[in-house]
Design a protein around this ligand. Structure first.
Ligand SMILES: NC(=O)c1ccc[n+]([C@@H]2O[C@H](COP(=O)([O-])OP(=O)(O)OC[C@H]3O[C@@H](n4cnc5c(N)ncnc54)[C@H](O)[C@@H]3O)[C@@H](O)[C@H]2O)c1
Length: 359
């Protein structure tokens, strides 16, 4: 079999973008990181020299003009994503973009049209999906071994203080687009819908108690899922001990994640069968589990396979839409004090985004 053609990729934004470069250079069989780009030349040079990347840019437009690039991978602040994705697609590049992809369903629908018109790929990042614990639960669900969902809880209790908010774009509706629900719990909430599917209704309360910022830093949300089960989400940046935790109660089993804040989708998860027979089926199914790479490397690996084979992407614009739709409903519920039903249609007051209502 011939070697796959290496995907020539550039990473833009050298904050968390450094981790992207690290993950991509760890997949050298699939990717060649040909350039990094950051407004701050020192940050770009430092990442380039750490990982042996030859191209260093401070001007995104100049990077887009390179004609030997397959993919642009954006890890810039949220308020830039919409315009930078459009610019990358218009330059004929495939684009990968960090979360939150954009700040409204309207922008997302516009990006989908632009991506279709350009005939290029646009893949959002949701790397928590690929942890082995969550993948095992996905396997059990797909094999019909979970039984019906009853109740699920998701806790995202992280710690962020003044140093974190000293970065100018953070903490503001116009530039961060939202607070802990948008910036942190987006992943853990995506993990819930990845397993259970769509949300039917939302009731949310939120406030700002931990830091002197505009955006929410505490939230409590009650969900009714389309499958009839209930779910409860809590998110804060005011937790001295940082944890992320998922607990799913199904008819045939309970699944509980580990509590590592940034990798609770990984092993170990505890799967407790509701009977010895159920436990035996769970254990037999999990004995067949075939681990693939996790985290960002896991998403980039799956992207490379899909890119080379023309198969389905590991994370799609529909996934980003589900996440954004839930977020829109949560903010609308918190704003109005009302229960909000999904789907959010294009005549909904928050279809164009929520930031202007809170700013
Ligand atoms: N998936 C995850 O787990 C995860 C983790 C952290 C951050 N993020 C997301 O990644 C994005 C970046 O977050 P961060 O924490 O790295 O922010 P950051 O501020 O630390 O880094 C962003 C970098 O982008 C650079 N930049 C700004 N404008 C630019 C432009 N026009 N062209 C080129 N570079 C530009 C900045 O100089 C900065 O170095 C955000 O959307 C954030 O939500 C995702």
């Amino acid at each position: 079999m011939s070697e796959p053609k290496k995907i020539r990729i550039a990473v833009v934004g050298c904050g968390v973008g450094r981790e992207h470069v690290q993950a991509l250079t760890g997949l050298a069989e699939w990717f060649e990181v040909v350039a990094v780009c950051d407004l701050d030349a020192n940050k770009a040079r430092a990442v380039a020299s750490e990982f042996g990347v030859t191209g260093v840019y401070t001007d995104y437009a100049e990077l887009c003009r390179r004609d030997d690039l397959d993919v642009i991978d954006l890890a810039t602040p949220p308020f830039l994503h919409y315009a930078q994705v459009l610019e990358g697609l218009a330059a004929g590049k495939h684009v990968i973009c960090e979360k939150p992809l954009v700040g409204s369903l309207k922008e997302l629908d516009e990006l989908k049209l632009a991506q279709e018109k350009a005939g290029r790929i646009l893949m959002p990042i949701f790397q928590y999906r690929f942890g082995h614990g969550l993948q095992k639960l996905k396997l059990l669900k797909e094999q019909g071994l979970t039984g019906p969902a009853y109740l699920s809880t998701v806790e995202t209790a992280w710690r962020r203080r003044a140093d974190y908010y000293s970065v100018p774009w953070r903490g503001k509706w116009q530039t961060e687009i939202g607070g802990t629900l948008t910036g942190h719990a987006l992943h853990t909430h995506d993990m819930l819908t990845y397993i259970l599917g769509p949300v039917k209704t939302v009731f949310a309360r939120m406030n700002t108690r931990v830091n002197p910022v505009e955006v929410e830093d505490c939230a409590s949300v009650s969900l009714e899922m389309a499958d009839g089960s209930l779910a409860s989400l809590s998110a804060t940046v005011g937790s001295a001990e940082q944890i992320s935790r998922h607990r799913f109660c199904f008819g045939n089993l309970t699944a509980e994640s580990n509590t590592r804040p940034y990798s609770n989708s990984g092993d170990p998860w505890v799967f407790t069968g509701d009977s010895p027979e159920a436990q035996a089926q769970i254990d037999a199914a999990l004995a067949q589990f075939e681990p693939l790479p996790e985290g960002k490397g896991g998403q980039f690996y799956r992207f490379a396979v899909a890119f080379n084979n023309g198969t389905a992407l590991p994370v799609t614009l529909d996934d980003a839409r589900s996440s954004l739709e839930l977020l829109t409903a949560i903010y609308h519920s918190a704003y109005t004090g009302q229960n909000v039903a999904l789907p959010i249609t294009n005549d909904h007051p928050f279809y164009g985004g929520w930031a202007k209502y809170f700013s």
